[in-house]
Write a protein that binds this ligand. Structure first.
Ligand code: PRP
Ligand code: URA
Length: 209
């Protein structure tokens, strides 16, 4: 699928293995999720436009490149998406952060919205929706639709682990959205958990299980 970018850099793959391991505790899990978000953010921001400005080095005047004034926005899907915010903000500290609260109903597997607060100028920003897990794709699709309904024109999705089903669902619902992942796993199980995956990302981040 042309909109799907799997980041197979060795550092990313190594860190992904650390958080897949069930013996990794919440403290290390949080640290590694942050590092992964930072490493992946490098690729997600690859096409940011640059502009030239005049500066003076200790040796001479010169023209040098800086990121053009394009506005960015980061939109974590609560809760687990929160774990990826700081990693991205350390690369792009001027980005605004919107939040979308969604949980997956365990019976229906449908996403249920409980919170939404976005930057007012969402229509002018390049938005990166973040969530560690893309399982059925229901949560990501709902989040992307919320922000499009509020005027967003440029949206990317960044997840750590996706299922083939989730990738397909987002590509079909939002063919304009590029999807960045560290891995596309084998399948979903009967509870719509990603196999092999890493379990429940929110619980592992926040130690709630
Ligand atoms: C997890 C995960 C995604 C969603 C993925 O969140 O962080 O948001 O499930 O599943 P889907 O692709 O089938 O929608 P969860 O609903 O467990 O909420 P939490 O982040 O509060 O733990
Ligand atoms: N949400 C998770 O946290 N993990 C999965 O495997 C699927 C949905």
């Amino acid at each position: 699928m042309k909109n799907v970018f799997v980041m197979d850099h060795p550092l990313i793959q190594h860190k992904l293995t650390l958080i897949r391991d069930k013996n990794t505790g919440s403290k290390e899990f949080r640290e590694v999720v942050k590092e992964l978000a930072m490493l992946m953010g490098y690729e997600v921001t690859r096409n940011l436009p640059l502009q030239e400005i005049e500066i003076e080095t200790p040796v001479s005047k010169t023209k040098a490149k800086v990121i053009a004034g394009r506005k960015l926005g980061i939109v974590p899907i609560l809760r687990a998406g929160l774990g990826m915010v700081d990693g991205l903000l350390s690369l792009i500290p001027a980005a605004k952060v919107g939040h979308i609260g969604l949980y997956r109903d365990p019976e229906t597997l449908e996403p249920v919205e409980y919170y939404c607060k976005l930057p007012v100028d969402v229509h002018e920003r390049d938005l990166i929706v973040i969530d560690p897990m893309l399982a059925t794709g229901g949560s990501a699709n709902a989040a992307i639709q919320f922000i499009k309904d509020r005027g967003a024109q440029s949206v990317k999705l960044m997840c750590l682990i996706a299922s083939p089903e989730g990738v397909k669902a987002v590509c079909e619902a939002h063919p304009d959205v590029e999807i960045y992942v560290a891995a596309v796993d084998e399948k979903l199980n009967e509870h719509a958990y990603i196999v092999p995956g890493l379990g429940d990302a929110g619980d592992r981040l926040f130690g709630t299980k």
